[in-house]
Design a binder for this molecule. Structure first.
Ligand code: ZN
Length: 217
């Protein structure tokens, strides 16, 4: 039996990964991390999505410690979410070590349920320049999990080299374009579907959607 663990936030990217995984694996487990993030609605949105898609296994993991340890616009309400980098190399929304932690916990979970694959929606293209979204990091993390647990666990990142427009194309391929457009939450201000329209995540999502529609006609 082929089992996969999907790191699932209820956003466009991880929902697209989940839909793809449901068509490819016999058993799909979702993990959603609760770190008291700025967009707390992620938790309820992700639960609604897994329910609608008929996902049997959905675990919410509490990792509030991450919030305590890091200062980022995603973990602090008083820091504005921007793509500006200022004196720091990274956008204010960068949470250091987030994907290292997510993948480590997903790896432990995968080990326990004997799943051979972890799926993450991280993407090098079109993105805010987070170092833990790069393929080089994913490959290195995969190697670390394999060495550290002496188990063959693969990390799949199917969106790694896709543009946002191509990710919308993938949603259409699985006949879930409307579902993803209406049910997912990408907005940093916690507004479902098209969102607030003003934060960097909404702007990126809309730009990708417009380009997807334009390329279709
Ligand atoms: Zn927004």
């Amino acid at each position: 039996m082929k089992k996969a663990v999907v790191i699932f936030s209820g956003g466009q990217d991880s929902t697209t990964c989940l839909i793809k995984a449901l068509s490819e694996f016999d058993e799909v487990h979702c993990i959603t991390f609760d770190y008291n993030q700025r967009h707390k609605e992620e938790i309820s949105v992700s639960c609604n999505i897994t329910k609608e898609l008929g996902v049997t296994f959905h675990k919410i993991m509490n990792i509030e410690l991450l919030n305590e340890l890091t200062v980022s616009s995603l973990t602090r309400d008083n820091i504005k979410v921007t793509n500006e980098t200022k004196e720091n190399k990274f956008p204010t929304s960068f949470v250091p070590g987030r994907n290292i932690l997510f993948l480590t916990l997903a790896g432990i979970y995968a080990y326990q349920i004997n799943a051979e694959t972890i799926i993450t929606g991280v993407c090098e293209t079109d993105f805010s320049g987070y170092p833990d979204c790069r393929n080089e990091f994913i490959k290195s993390m995969e190697k670390s999990l394999q060495l550290g647990m002496d188990k063959t666990i693969k990390i799949e990142a199917p969106l790694m080299y896709l543009t946002k427009a191509e990710t919308w194309g993938l949603a259409e391929k699985y006949n879930k374009l409307d579902f993803i457009k209406e049910k997912t939450l990408t907005c940093y201000n916690g507004i479902i579907s098209d969102g607030c329209g003003e934060c960097p995540a909404c702007i990126l999502r809309k730009k990708g959607f417009d380009s997807f529609i334009k390329n279709k006609v």
